[in-house]
Design a binder for this molecule. Structure first.
Ligand code: ZN
Length: 226
């Protein structure tokens, strides 16, 4: 990254934690939103933060005092982000945020104890409107789900899945109503771990009729029709 976008990227990326927690003023919030529209990297980062931030807002720290703390690496990145947010807030709010960070650690511990993959223990709201779509895994080793975000510049596919072969490059294309397959990006499989990936195409939601995930051999492994 370089130039004006790179500067904005570095600055606004640090605000994503505060944005997800709803702590930004209207002007900063608008700047973050405008940047998110043009920056897939920050959108991916926010997608990782948003579910935990939403659950932090709902957690009662007192109810979690007895739960064990999680392994140090679990969710470390997200918690580090929230700790960064803690330094940013006004001193009067510090104690509250610190307790919330501890509560988040406790929640992470619960998730680890239950063998849960990911953070989704209860429904969370997302800052952008999401449209769930049916996904068919053609490869029996793959499990996947997807949601769409209708941007002004095209449709975004938020893909979640497991079983994409580790290290293999997968390509995603959105199909429009004229039958064109428009590239929406690539990702690397991470095997049995849960993979979350945001893929962006220039096809508007109204013109998009589906998407396909194709492996390195050109075989379709996941297909969706909207
Ligand atoms: Zn960015």
């Amino acid at each position: 990254m370089s130039g004006a976008h790179g500067d904005a990227h570095r600055e606004l990326r640090e605000l994503l934690g505060a944005y997800a927690l709803g702590h930004l003023g209207p002007a900063e919030r608008d700047r973050v939103r405008a940047h998110l529209d043009g920056c897939p990297e920050c959108r991916a980062e926010l997608a990782g933060i948003a579910p935990l931030a939403a659950r932090l807002a709902a957690v009662d720290p007192d109810a979690l005092d007895a739960t064990p703390t999680p392994p140090p690496d679990l969710g470390a990145r997200v918690l580090a982000r929230i700790a960064e947010e803690e330094r940013r807030v006004v001193p009067l709010r510090r104690a509250v945020v610190r307790r919330r960070v501890l509560a988040a650690a406790a929640v992470a511990g619960v998730a680890a104890a239950g063998g849960a993959v990911g953070w989704a223990l209860r429904p969370v709201s997302d800052p952008v409107p999401l449209e769930p779509v049916a996904v068919q895994a053609v490869d029996p080793g793959v499990e996947a789900s997807a949601q769409l975000v209708p941007h002004t510049w095209g449709v975004e596919v938020k893909l979640t899945g497991t079983g994409f072969a580790a290290g293999e490059v997968y390509r995603v294309a959105v199909t429009d109503d004229a039958g064109r397959e428009v590239p929406a990006g690539e990702f690397l499989g991470v095997g049995p771990q849960q993979m979350r990936c945001n893929l962006n195409s220039s096809v508007l939601r109204d013109d998009a009729v589906g998407f396909e995930v194709v492996d390195a051999d050109g075989e379709v492994v996941v297909r969706s029709r909207f």
